[in-house]
Design a protein around this ligand. Structure first.
Ligand code: SIN
Length: 506
């Protein structure tokens, strides 16, 4: 295997978190590695909502923090939430200064809209439902112009490289079918979430929790992996991944109905803007009972649909469905992973040399349930902090351990895994279903020992089985109550300590 030494952060992932980190890591030379060209196959580019921040005269970071804590169901870290919400305005201004074309109000301020479980309108949008792609495009342009950043757009993370103390010293990257070991003083995982582990998901299918699985194998602490958020209105037109019908449609008054035209969550005008897990369960239940679930935007949005929500409109029309005239069939889809690699506000994990940021990280800001549009804020705000910390990291010393590259999962095994995750580790869980899913994972593990998607799925399903209560995005039909004491799941295995025989000369 070829080995190269890089004297600065190695950032794995080209979404909003990874690129924000890269921009702030300068002047240290920074290498960004992504498996696909920038702007492709990353969740940030697909985000329709926007960036949540206290931007209006009626709003304050403390109110934003209170809403975030309340959504997180007892498991948010107050210090992390304060840092996030205090960073809100300056982060949006930083993105705007890089060229993100946020929608503006008549006075030139940021136009903000309302999303579920926010007490104020505070989501800064771009072009109605095009926030993610527009913001990321601005960052991509800045990254391409930054002299300290090099980008490999065809590099897949295959393993982490450690020394005998467990310190992370680099990563094995596959490029054009060849493996290369990149040694670096800091490795930043910005590898995104795990939605692709589910057959019904709104995220790119390639996001299989592999960053979390590798961090786990290396001995890093994993926090609350059972908490997965399901978006209630993934558009159910037989497309994988499922296109998203943004929550902003419900903010504009679109209503959830069943096939008979009855409201799924009652008549109150704001009934459909309850917390995402409640709405997702109502949609799940209506479908399970054979009543179907639809998002009816005919009256509330109607003829304005193409102008106000161009991405959703295009997805519907592509499926032969005109949302101005027909209610949109919807189903819950895996949308965001709240749990992940335990990380601080500057991305530091429990392993020296390893940082994590964005959806693969669990920093304590989302707790058991993420507040809508907080993730783009977290990616950019904590991405910047992480970039600065990783840029200041000095290298480790000593010989590194020969890294082991995990096998890929066969396509049919991955399909079986995804179906089992959606059916048994989804919106509504119980011991029988979780046990069935874990048994399948055990079988798959025997066929492809160490396959990363199976490890990630086991972390999620195993923790879901152990959590005998319902909280936030985790609902157990056999344990529907919420415990009085909120407790975290913390998982870690002993760091790899190398037998002398597998030490590779540095
Ligand atoms: C949406 O637009 O509904 C999604 C926003 C989010 O998940 O943060």
């Amino acid at each position: 295997m070829n080995r190269i030494r890089h004297d600065g952060p190695l950032i794995i992932g080209g979404g909003l978190a990874g690129l924000s980190a890269a921009l702030e890591a300068g002047p240290r030379p920074t290498l960004v590695v992504t498996p696909a060209p920038l702007l492709q196959a990353c969740s940030s580019a697909w985000a329709q909502g926007g960036v949540a921040a206290a931007l209006s005269a009626e709003d304050q970071p403390a109110l934003h923090a209170a809403d975030t804590a309340s959504a997180g169901a007892g498991l948010v870290d107050p210090e992390a939430v304060r840092a996030l919400t205090d960073d809100g305005r300056q982060t949006v201004e930083w993105l705007a200064a890089l060229g993100a074309p946020f929608d503006r109000d008549a006075d030139g301020g940021f136009a903000v809209s309302l999303e579920a479980a926010h007490s104020k309108a505070r989501v800064a949008r771009v072009g109605g439902d095009g926030a993610g792609r527009a913001i990321l495009s601005a960052l991509v342009a800045s990254v391409r112009a930054a002299p300290h950043i090099e980008v490999w757009e065809n590099g897949r993370l295959r393993a982490l490289v450690q020394d005998a103390t467990g310190r992370v010293r680099g990563a094995v990257i596959e490029r054009d079918g060849r493996l290369v070991e990149v040694l670096a003083p800091a490795v930043v995982l910005a590898t995104g979430g795990a939605g692709g582990l589910y057959a019904r998901t709104t995220t790119p299918a390639a996001l299989l929790g592999e960053g979390m699985a590798l961090a786990w194998l290396a001995g890093a602490e994993i926090l609350d992996p059972e908490f997965v958020q399901f978006h209630p209105t993934a558009i159910d037109v037989g497309v994988d991944p499922m296109p998203l019908a943004t929550e902003a449609l419900r903010g504009e008054g679109a209503r959830l109905i069943d096939a008979h035209g009855d409201f799924l969550l009652g008549d109150a005008p704001d009934a459909d803007l309850k917390a995402r897990d409640i709405v997702a369960r109502a949609v799940h239940q209506a479908r399970a009972e054979g009543r179907g679930a639809y998002l009816d935007a005919r009256a509330a949005v109607g003829a304005h649909f193409p102008d106000e929500f161009p991405a959703v409109f295009a997805a519907c029309m592509h499926a032969g469905l005109d949302p101005r005239e027909t209610p949109i069939p919807v189903a819950p889809g895996a949308h965001y992973h709240m749990g992940g690699i335990a990380a601080g506000l500057d991305g530091r994990t429990s392993l020296p040399g390893l940082f994590a940021v964005g959806e693969c990280a669990a920093t304590g800001v989302h707790g058991a349930n993420r507040l809508a549009s907080n993730s783009l804020l977290e990616a950019a705000a904590f991405g910047r902090r992480t970039g600065r910390a990783a840029g200041a990291e000095a290298g480790g010393e000593g010989r590194v351990v020969q890294a082991v590259v995990a096998p890929d999962l066969a396509p049919e095994a991955l399909t079986a895994l995804r179906v089992a995750m959606s059916d048994n580790v989804g919106v509504v869980r119980d011991a029988a279903g979780l046990t069935r899913a874990l048994a399948l994972m055990e079988r798959l593990e025997q066929e492809a020992r160490g396959a990363l998607p199976v490890i990630a799925a086991r972390l999620i399903a195993g923790a879901a089985l152990e959590r005998r209560e319902s909280r936030g995005g985790h609902y157990r039909s056999d344990y529907p109550d919420t415990d009085a004491d909120a407790r975290h799941t913390r998982l870690s295995r002993a760091p790899v300590v190398a037998p002398a025989a597998v030490l590779a000369a540095e």
